[in-house]
Design a protein around this ligand. Structure first.
Ligand SMILES: [Zn+2]
Length: 138
């Protein structure tokens, strides 16, 4: 899973998938579940953080964009342009889709520090006002 591992902090972690190919009506589909526990690099402190992915998979196999637009709910299109798409490609795509735009610890010291900095210009006028009230009242 070359494309996925390039996005990870390290390759520790595991992916579990349970996918089955079916023919639902006239739609060849890939149905199942993908989950993973991956190591990403927190974009605030640059340390490793765990990221859990749980995705339901409901893919309708299509050969063109036109076919994709005709897919009934709840299918998402899986565009197969050549016949080389493998199960691991599908799992990899699902995991990449499950990655956050910006990886970070859910509670990160660095993120907390930077948000305090951002907040301080707004808080300061009130602090000054409070000081004025204290001194001005007496
Ligand atoms: Zn962090």
């Amino acid at each position: 899973m070359q494309r996925l591992t390039e996005l990870l902090h390290d390759t520790e972690g595991e992916a579990i998938f349970d996918l089955s190919f079916r023919l639902e009506g006239r739609v060849p589909s890939v149905i199942g579940h993908v989950s993973a526990n991956l190591a990403l690099q927190c974009q605030f402190c640059l340390k490793s953080t765990r990221w859990v992915i749980e995705r339901e998979v409901n893919l309708g196999v299509v050969a063109s964009i036109d076919e994709a637009s005709l897919l009934p709910e709840p299918y998402e299109p899986l565009l197969i342009e050549n016949e080389k798409t493998t199960l691991s490609d599908i799992v990899e795509d699902e995991l990449i889709l499950g990655l956050p735009l910006i990886a970070r610890h859910s509670v990160c010291e660095m993120a907390a520090a930077s948000s305090e900095e951002e907040g301080s210009p707004k808080e300061k006028p009130f602090a000054i006002l409070a000081e004025l009230r204290k001194t001005g009242g007496k």
